[in-house]
Design a protein around this ligand. Structure first.
Ligand code: HEM
Length: 509
């Protein structure tokens, strides 16, 4: 009897439960359908072209980000749909040079387009960093660090940078397996990373990561390699307020853990540097002076900003150096012309300094062409159109819309550049406005949030390439290892593959 009762109760409960689940699923399906239909047919951005699934939902954007394919998808979309593409229900991507000043510039009489939530604080109470969406925090931090990136500071910091370059060159010239060599194969991607991280570590924390000396990545640098991946995942879940905090748990535990460890390690290094009373040439000395004399930065503000700065200054420059060198060894005509320019300008390697590499026109053209073809900031950090809406490229856009200029996809459009996928530095020597739209080339962005380290980055790239090409004849280690930089994956930054080159001591060195 008891058994019969149990069975009859279960039989009743089962259809009820199933009906509940079915009702829930049907409502969910209808809600998703209505949401997608609204975004496609009724949303204020409905007239903008783009792939249907992307216009209706954000998940294709998130999936492409997670797969590291965003830059390739955007390039295809701009080729197919034109200079403005709707890449999410509330987001437009631009590949039109005129968009730079509208989105990122300071337009008199217009409210600022603020940064989106890509880099919002990770925990309650944490201050916004210089890269964050808060305009007030940005302005305060930018002012505080401005002196650290002035012409004078760059002059003071030059011997530090040149010192690391000495170690870099010494390591490349060092005997291999205890023997002198006439030919040696190295992975320059790794060595450029070591160089830029050591410089950044010194200028931020007053201690080198010693990657160059040891020939190994310091744990901080190793973790930082995954930093971009973690950041891009966080940035994509930040698009889903208010459930973004919950969604962070979807990010693999090991990546979250590495981010936490990285933060803890960086904060400890930042505090150690701040405790030092010194006037060494770095980012901290002028900023500390400003903080003492003008507007004080709290310890928490110091910490979050130093992590951003040490990373922003190293990964980007390493990426540019690797990309430019790959383009050089894959384009021998350009490599030969640049090598001639450098070897004609200097008698000996010791003469090659930051100050003496500032006026080599072909070197600058090569660097700019590398930044155009393979931009370190692949995807633009989106900005939010202010409340009430504003115009971009002559069209009125509703407030709250995310808008961005995406460098990789824009720089490789034939409407912007002739032979957009080819490495042609000559276009920067004599720009032809009929074929190359130089207004769309802004590798360091523009306006109040443009790159604070631009001068430093150019200085590092110039002096490194000049010393490398003066001392060595370089070539690809294997002709089979020839491919387009854009084939790599991106997670905010490029997921860089090795750059294996053969070095031979040059006749002049
Ligand atoms: C080739 C190398 C580099 C490139 C292409 C590059 C590019 C950029 C770009 C495009 C932005 C704007 C991001 C946005 O739109 O929100 C930016 C911002 C920034 N960069 Fe660089 N960067 C490079 C090197 C450096 C260096 C050497 C430093 C030195 C520490 C640095 C520090 C920063 C900082 C702190 C910001 C935030 C500025 C602000 O919001 O006021 N960058 N960079």
């Amino acid at each position: 009897m008891a058994a019969e009762m149990t069975i009859s109760v279960d039989q009743e409960a089962l259809p009820k439960g199933a009906a509940l689940v079915a009702t829930f699923l049907a409502s969910l399906f209808i809600t998703i359908f209505l949401y997608g239909s609204y975004n496609t047919f009724l949303h204020p951005l409905r007239r903008y072209p783009g792939p249907v699934a992307w216009r209706a939902f954000r998940f294709p954007y998130v999936i492409a980000t997670h797969r590291g394919e965003m830059h390739q998808r955007l390039k295809q979309f701009h080729e197919k749909y034109g200079p403005v593409v709707r890449i999410a229900p509330n987001e437009l991507s631009y590949a039109d040079g005129a968009a730079w000043k509208d989105i990122y510039g300071n337009r008199p009489g217009h409210l600022p387009f603020t940064r989106s939530t890509w880099f919002k604080p990770m925990s309650p109470g944490e201050p916004h960093s210089i890269m964050g969406p808060d305009e007030e925090a940005h302005a305060k931090t930018r002012r505080a660090f401005a002196n650290a990136f002035s012409e004078k500071s760059l002059r003071d910091q030059s011997p530090v940078i040149e010192g690391y370059l000495d170690i870099f060159m010494k390591q490349l010239k060092a005997p291999a397996a205890g023997r002198q060599w006439t030919e040696k194969t190295v992975d320059l991607n790794v060595w450029f990373n070591f160089l830029t991280f050591d410089i950044s570590g010194d200028l931020s924390f007053a201690e080198s990561f010693d990657c160059l000396k040891t020939g190994k990545a310091h744990p901080w640098v190793e973790i930082a390699q995954d930093f971009g991946k973690g950041l891009s995942l966080v940035a994509s879940v930040n698009q889903y307020p208010p459930i973004d905090k919950l969604l962070r748990y979807v990010i693999p535990k090991n990546i979250r853990q590495r981010q936490t460890d990285h933060r803890a390690m960086s904060y400890a290094m930042a505090r150690k540097r701040l405790a030092l009373e010194t006037d060494r040439p770095d980012y901290i000395t002028p900023t500390k002076k400003y903080s003492k004399e003008k507007v004080a930065l709290s310890i928490e503000e110091w910490q979050v900003n130093m992590v951003v700065i040490v990373f922003a200054g190293s990964e980007t420059t390493a990426s540019a150096l690797t990309a430019i060198t790959r383009e050089l060894v894959q384009n021998r005509g350009v490599l030969n012309r640049l090598t001639r320019e450098i070897r004609n300008a200097f008698e000996k390697e010791d003469d090659i300094k930051i100050a003496s590499t500032g006026s080599l026109p072909y070197l600058d053209a090569v660097i700019n062409e590398g930044l155009r073809l393979d931009p370190p900031i692949v995807i633009g950090v989106p900005r939010v159109v202010p409340e009430g809406g504003d115009s971009v490229c002559g069209q009125q856009i509703p407030g709250g819309t995310y808008v961005s200029f995406n460098q990789f996809s824009a720089n490789r459009q034939s409407r912007n550049f002739r032979h957009p996928n080819s490495f042609i530095p000559e276009r920067f020597l004599n720009p032809d406005p009929n074929t190359d739209d130089m207004s769309s080339f802004q590798p360091f962005s523009i306006g109040r949030q443009s790159c604070i380290g631009m001068k430093l980055a150019y200085a590092e790239m110039r002096v490194t390439l000049a010393r490398l090409l003066f001392a060595f004849d370089i070539s690809l280690a294997s002709e089979k290892d020839r491919w387009d930089w854009g084939e790599q994956k991106t997670y905010i930054f490029w997921d860089k593959r090795p750059l294996r080159v053969t070095l031979r001591r040059s006749r002049v060195s």
